[in-house]
Each structure stands twice: as structure tokens, then as C-alpha cells.
Design a protein around this ligand. Structure first.
Ligand SMILES: *Cc1c(COP(=O)(O)O)cnc(C)c1O
Length: 492
């Protein structure tokens, strides 16, 4: 849509005196606002009629791309379809209008839903109990590491300050460890893309608090040496942390708790279909094995003979620092969506999620590996990584391919991550896409590979059909123009 006509900012469309609403008549009587908190000038709010406001936001929203309007193969992000029923339940006033400080006997249904979700996550992962409090995957990692730290402190084992993180890990892993005050020790990957056990052995010692592993890892590969790794880490006194942000391919197939992991987080906003993108709302529940349950943050929903209640205080002196990681019970409506998703699929259907996600990823990989470079050619899980085009003579980069996909109406895959390859392109189709959608994506990817050969300038110039063309990344990073006013000034 033509943004010039409708304006970039609602403020540009403002005309003094225009109104899109009328406030109801004051029936509360006149109450003078104390002068010390009363503003002296009017707020600079836009003044627009209702239709202008509707068009302005509708046109902007149409510039948006989401799972609801197109294929979104963003690897490591599991941009899966968010079923409408999740939204309908989350919007029910009996859930959306409750207050966290309401007496517990008035919100038994909400607490029961939370409790049941905790139980369902335990059943799916093989861990004893979960907290739903963390707001995101990274927040879950931090919470989990705090639990690990509290565990060591509770045993008077103060010198364990190091966390082992594989070189293929998501950037949040080392970041969370650093925020938790732990030192990061990197373990290398083998040429097959798996954690190198030989590289790991010399890193282990009595200063290791734990090891973080992602499985399937960020290359979409199942870490086959987990039993041995878990044994080695446990023998040296460390705990095993499972980054379960991408649990999708394992749902109903394998459980981290059975593999020897002690603590894990899950991204409800990936695996469990709650919306994500644009910064939230997310949810990163953390699960622990039995003897770590006492370190879970509070409040925590439990079931008693009288009904559902929340444990609030700290049970031990050791969980003080991990006792509160969020206000109340985290993003309740996100938890609720995940619970609805689990119930909608049911015990049997949820077992199809992992195999279908895996099938779809392998299908895309096999159909494209003759034109895109596949550095690790093995059976993948829910996602896989190409290293740019196979024909390196075209000069067309992964960035060019990603931009060209936008012209064809697709979201780009994750690019230049993981850092193990120069031209990484990480593709994750998810389980919900039809064969027709996947086939047309494959066909467009092949078309772009052909264009790279025949008409490379078209690919270099992409995108041409989006509201904004190719952005100069370096300029954008070095000289960001982040406000509209700044943009106007620069334009003058
Ligand atoms: C997405 C992701 C995270 C981080 O989750 P956020 O909710 O974005 O904080 C961590 N680890 C892996 C492997 C991920 O894919």
C-alpha cells in the first residue's frame, strides 16, 4: 500500500480538532487532580477521525508477514501455525479478565490449567516438575542455570563456576551463562556437527557447574553421544542442562529426562504453537529432576486435597536467588494456549508432530541438495543447514537468495547462523505445511538458483516488490536511524 498517501506515522495525519471517539458522560462527579501531578500542557496526541486510524493501521498491518499469510521457514525458530482455538480460549473473559492477586478460590480453573500444563510438560520430557514462570527461552536458560548454581551452593560446592557450551549453541546459551555469573568454556563440534567427546574430556573437572546441550542441535542433528556425555559430566559432579527450545522433533518420541538431563527449558512459543515474533509474548518453562524441584522459582502451582494453590515462600535458604524470576506465574495466557494445543492434539496425535516436522525438513533438504551446498549430508531432524548455493561461481550469496525469496512472497530462512559455515542458510518448514506449499517453496528455491546463474543482477537487486528495497546493512548498523524525526531531518 502507498504509505505516502496514508502516512508513515499517525501523527502526520493529525488535524487539530478531529475526533474518532466521544467519551461517555462523567457520572462520577468532579474530582480535582492534585496540581503536583497535573500536566501543564496538553499531551501531544494525534487527532484523527476513526476511518483514518483504521486505514492507517490496516495498511501497516498488511506490510507484515506472519505464519497466517505465508510460508515461514525460519530455522531454529519453529514458526509453526498458531491454531485459532488457542486464541479463542485465551480470549475468554474468565481467563483474560482475572487478576493475579485475586483470591485463589476464585481462580481454581486457571490454576488447574497451569497445574495440568506442568504435568503435561513433565510427561512429555520425563522430568519431575516444571515452573511456567520464565518469559522466554533465554529467561528459562537463566532460571535453569540459577537452579544449577543453587544446587551446588546448597552442597557447599562453591567452586563450580564454569559452564560448558558447544560451539554450535544458540547465542543465548553463553549469554545466559554470563548473566548468571558463570564462566563459559566452549566445546568443539566434530566434522559431523556433533559435540566432540574427545574435546570435552579435558574440560571436565571439579570447577564445572554443568553443561548445556541443545538437541537436536542448531544444525538440526540429533546428538548421538548424549549418554556418554551425560555420564562424563555427572561423574565430574556437574549437571546436564537441555536447551529444549527446539523440542519439536522429539515430541512424543524421546524425552530429555530419560537421556540423563537434570534441568531443561522449553519454548512454548516454538514447540507448543503459541505466537511468537516481534518480541513476544513468550514463555520458557523450566523442568527439573526430582531432587531439584525444591529449587524451582516461586510462586509454583501445586495440588492439595482442598484444590489448587501456589507455593509462595522460599522452602530452603538456598533457593533465595532463584525464588522469583517473574511477576506471578509468568505469561499465563501463553501457558493457556500451549495447554489448549496439547489437549487439542491429544496423546496420540502429539506423537505425529516430531515425525512430520522431520519428514518435511528431510524432504526439502533432499529436493534441493543438488543446487544448494549441503555440508553435512545426513538424516536431519526438524531443520537443516545449507552453505549457500552449490555453484559458487555465480557470486550470489545467501543474503541475496534470502532477499530474492521475499519477492516471491516467502519469509527468508535463518541466515548466517549457525556460525559454523560462511553462507549458512537454516531451513525449518515445520509439520503443518501441506505438500503443495512445500513443493512450491522448493520450486522457488530452484528458480532462484537458476536465476543466480542466468540473471544474477536480478538476485543481487532483490527485493523489488517489498515496501523497502535492499537495506545497506553496514550503514544501518553503523548509522542507525531509529526515529521518524531523525529520518525527516536526514532527508532535508
Ligand atoms: C530460540 C532459541 C532460544 C532462545 O529463545 P528465546 O525465547 O528467543 O529467548 C534458545 N535456544 C535455542 C536453541 C533456540 O532456538
Amino acid at each position: 500500500m502507498n504509505n505516502k498517501l496514508y502516512g508513515n506515522l499517525i501523527f502526520e495525519l493529525s488535524h487539530p480538532g478531529r475526533r474518532g471517539y466521544s467519551l461517555p458522560k462523567n457520572t462520577f462527579g468532579h474530582h480535582e487532580i492534585p496540581s503536583n501531578i497535573k500536566r501543564s500542557t496538553d499531551a501531544a496526541l494525534p487527532e484523527c477521525d476513526e476511518m483514518t486510524v483504521v486505514r492507517h493501521y490496516t495498511n501497516h498491518s498488511e506490510n507484515n508477514f506472519g505464519v497466517d499469510n505465508g510460508f515461514y521457514p525460519l530455522g531454529s525458530c519453529t514458526m509453526k501455525y498458531n491454531p485459532i482455538i488457542n486464541e479463542e480460549v485465551a480470549a475468554m473473559p474468565s481467563f483474560s479478565n482475572i487478576h493475579p492477586l485475586q483470591p485463589e478460590h476464585t481462580v481454581q480453573g486457571a490454576l488447574e490449567a497451569e497445574y495440568n500444563l506442568q504435568r503435561a510438560l513433565s510427561a512429555l520430557t520425563g522430568l519431575a516438575d516444571f515452573t511456567l514462570n520464565p518469559y522466554a527461552g533465554a529467561h528459562g536458560e537463566l532460571t535453569g542455570l540459577m537452579i544449577i548454581r543453587s544446587y551446588h551452593q546448597s552442597r557447599g560446592d562453591e567452586k563450580r563456576k564454569k559452564v560448558i557450551v558447544p560451539d554450535s549453541a544458540h547465542g543465548t546459551n553463553p549469554a545466559s551463562a554470563a548473566v548468571c555469573g558463570l564462566e563459559i568454556v566452549e566445546v568443539k563440534s566434530t566434522s559431523e556437527g556433533l559435540v566432540d567427546v574427545e574435546d570435552l574430556k579435558p574440560l571436565l573437572g571439579d570447577d564445572i557447574a554443568g553443561m548445556m546441550m541443545t538437541n537436536p542441535n542448531t544444525l538440526g542433528l540429533f546428538e548421538t553421544d548424549i549418554p556418554e556425555i551425560a555420564k562424563l559430566v555427572h561423574e565430574c559432579g556437574g549437571l546436564m542442562y537441555y536447551d529444549g527450545a527446539n523440542l519439536n522433533p522429539l515430541l512424543g518420541v524421546a524425552r530429555p529426562g530419560d537421556m540423563g538431563f537434570d534441568v531443561m527449558h522449553i519454548n512454548l512459543h516454538k514447540t507448543f504453537s503459541t505466537p511468537h515474533g516481534g518480541g513476544g509474548p513468550g514463555s520458557g518453562p523450566v523442568g527439573v529432576r526430582e531432587d531439584l524441584v525444591r529449587f524451582l522459582p516461586k510462586p509454583h502451582v501445586v495440588k492439595t486435597s482442598e484444590g489448587f494453590t501456589t507455593e509462595k515462600g522460599c522452602e530452603t535458604e538456598y533457593n533465595v536467588e532463584s525464588s522469583h524470576v517473574s511477576t506471578f506465574l509468568g505469561n499465563f495466557l501463553v501457558s493457556l494456549r500451549a495447554y489448549v494445543y496439547i489437549l487439542t492434539l491429544g496423546k496420540e496425535n502429539i506423537k505425529m508432530v516430531g515425525p512430520l516436522a522431520t519428514l518435511n525438513a528431510n524432504y526439502v533438504k533432499e529436493c534441493l541438495k543438488d543446487v544448494y551446498e549441503l555440508p553435512i549430508d545426513v538424516l536431519c531432524k526438524h531443520e537443516f543447514v545449507f552453505d549457500g548455493l552449490k555453484d559458487k561461481s555465480t557470486g550470489i550469496t545467501t543474503m541475496d537468495v534470502a532477499k530474492r525469496l521475499l519477492d516471491y512472497g516467502y519469509h527468508a530462512p535463518t541466515i548466517y547462523f549457525p556460525l559454523l559455515f560462511h553462507e549458512a542458510m537454516m531451513i525449518e518448514p515445520t509439520e503443518n505445511e501441506s505438500k503443495e506449499t512445500i513443493d512450491s517453496f522448493i520450486s522457488i528455491m530452484r528458480t532462484i538458483a537458476q536465476e543466480a546463474h542466468d540473471t544474477p543482477e536480478i538476485v543481487k537487486d532483490a527485493p523489488r516488490t517489498t515496501p523497502i528495497g535492499r537495506v545497506d546493512d553496514v550503514l544501518a548498523a553503523k548509522h542507525p536511524v531509529v526515529t521518524y524525526r531523525q529520518m525527516l531531518q536526514e532527508a532535508q
